[in-house]
Design a protein around this ligand. Sequence first.
Ligand code: ATP
Ligand code: MG
Length: 443
Amino acid sequence: RIQLPEKVSKIINCLTEAGYEAYAVGGCVRDTLLGRTPGDWDITTSAKPAEVKALFGRTIDTGILHGTVTVMLGKEGFEVTTYRIDGEYEDARHPKNVVYTANLLEDLKRRDFTINAMAYNDAEGLIDVFDGIADLKKGVIRCVGDPMDRFGEDALRMLRAVRFAAQLGFSIEEKTRGAIISLAPNLSRISAERIQTELVKLLVSAHPEEMRTVYETGISKVILPEFDAMMEEEQRNPHHCYTVGEHTIHAMCAIRPDKVLRLTMLFHDVAKPVCRTVDEKGIYHYHGHPAKGAQMAHAIFRRLKFDCDTMDRVCRLITWHDDNPPLDEASVRKAVHRAGIEQYPALFLVKRADILAKSKAGQKEKLAYVDAYERMYEEIRRRGDCLTLKELAVSGKDLIGAGIKPGKQIGEILNALLALVLEDPQKNTKEYLMSYTLKNLFI
Ligand code: ATP
Ligand code: MG
């Protein structure tokens, strides 16, 4: 027996009292059976969208073309979707047309995995025609029906299989895995947005190491070839005991499941395979890979249609992840200014994860350095030292007021003053900076 939230019961009862069938279905049933809290509760019903809308006061046509109406109860919305059979699939992407059905079984058949194809209501209990419960117990991701057919219909399901394995700590059933290996090339036809959604869910899951499966099944070769290059890059260097790809996986596991942080770890060394030289002893040396890595990550983010904010934050963290200032306060202030104050304290998390994912040799010292760096950073923040143009005691307006003509020179003067203040925060007074400007900078 599943304890449905009150509002979900209310919607189901309202539909059944009107003579329709209705069940909680999919992810919410799966998660509840696993003792996890579902993200959202989806309802499947024999009622057509117009019939659903007629029964409830406030509804939103979320995906009316696919039969989905959001029913609003208070501030909460619940997606109510009409039983449907997906029509023939066009190019492994979109069902050509959506056909409604009066039969729950038909609706469950179109779902991707057995654990996602269970329905429940209080009157009928659990409907589990594909042995989803057995697969939940075994910890297995298995397609509903023939995996070759199901992945042929919608190639995204292959990436979803790995995503669910990563979220739940499950393994992928053998035939399902075999079909992924055969059909992974079809992922090239899936839109960037759909791939991005599943990839992010995988990365912020409990098992980002499933990126290994993404590689082994040939999925990354299609959607993220840069990752294949990392997996195939040996690091012949005493500081590293793994390939770049394995180091990357360890680094993701060593950081909190946050989208920006996990993406940063995924791409922090993305440029290593293209920034390498080999010395006469056969040792590899990497030069300038953080800057190049940020550039490559930028291109990947564009390709996968990520939002600018995520792209920007990740690229900055990549650029500065290996910036290690000497531990005097002036150098630390300059480093904070270089990377941008918004990158802190995330940058410390990134640095620690990077160190933890490398060979144990020298690890203690490197972690002690980051600790000391962070303490110094905190002291600087506590004191409120000026670190940005915004905090400078003198503004562009002040300079113009003193007779300097508006234009490029204003910016140059402000930057010169900031450099002075980063060196010595005592100098951040209007009086000092104005007289310094007039004496030294205003030519
Ligand atoms: P999450 O907790 O991430 O929301 P979920 O199982 O609810 O997990 P959704 O992507 O929200 O996943 O999809 C809801 C349900 O719709 C799934 O449980 C599955 O039954 C079905 N489904 C979603 N996408 C597909 C697909 N591409 N092919 C077949 N069925 C799908
Ligand atoms: Mg869902």
